[in-house]
Design a binder for this molecule. Sequence first.
Ligand code: KG4
Ligand code: ZN
Length: 341
Amino acid sequence: MKILGIETSCDETAAAVVEDGRKILSNVVVSQIDIFAEYGGVIPEVAARSHLEAMMPVVNKALSDANCTWDDIDAIAVTHAPGLLGSLLIGTLTARTLAILHNKPLYATHHLKSHVYANWLSDETPPQFPLLALVVSGGHTQILYMKAHNQFEIIGTTHDDAIGECFDKVAKILGLPYPGGPAISKAAESGDKSKYKFPHPRVDGLDFSFSGLKTAVLRTVQKELGLPISHPSHDLKNHLNEKQVADFAASFQKTAVDILVEKLQIALDEHPDIQSVVVAGGVSANKALRAALPEAYFPEPKFSGDNGAMVAAAAYYEIQSGVDPTDPYKLNIYPRISIEN
Ligand code: KG4
Ligand code: ZN
């Protein structure tokens, strides 16, 4: 079964054709990073406009790279939640129109589900159930328990910032470019990860909190530079040298990874039936996190970030679980909705 997957929830316009949930026939991603690097973050209206321009060329390239015509496509899948409203609108309107025009069944998928299913996009032995999924993206940090395909139970979540958001905010303090995750990871390579100590948040159970870690980095930078806490955070970068930036990046990254691993270990202790651990979302590209969890499944780095292939994979396993297609005339978007809905 060949599914065309469409993803536009944030700042990547993406489409891919995937066969039977695992075999990638094409994968096209047009990133808006260059536009937003200049602003230091995503501007929703600009993102939506860029999706509009890129959408159809991306879909057409996904079809031609896969050597497919519309006759070869069995279904269309699209991200309808969560994400930026304008961005989700462009992807879903495109998918709805194409489904009507070409008379294809349409499946609407949750973005975090798709990130989890990026772990099925390979020839390796697939993850086994029951499993734990550590979702680490720009907007979410969650531990999910999956008893079987398409069954998600949230057993841990963040009380405030997401881990990716924390990487991005710390990068900003250190004067590193957007998106902050890859920039911190790179700067950390030449840094001393034991130079600065940051406390782990005290959050009960399997939940997370990352806003305190960001503030701890901010205060430590101010202290290191001998500046008062009233000193504006956007100016600190002008006082930091390269060695300090590298040491802060490495020390922060170590703390962030340690927090994730610590919570995952508690989750594993509480769920002795677990057969596999999968890591999902943009932060799963992080090399230090990969090194800290050698036995976990990680997506191929190109499928860690947003892409259409994971959307097609998620829809395939929804179909296998008996989910019915959605009405293209009625499909709605949900900028904030839980994976459990
Ligand atoms: O999953 P994603 O592409 O978009 C959302 O669904 O949110 O995640 C984006 C996040 C950003 O915060 C970005 O800084 C982070 O993933 N990220 C990384 C790395 N690559 C991307 N964080 C840490 N290390 C990386 N190598
Ligand atoms: Zn994402």
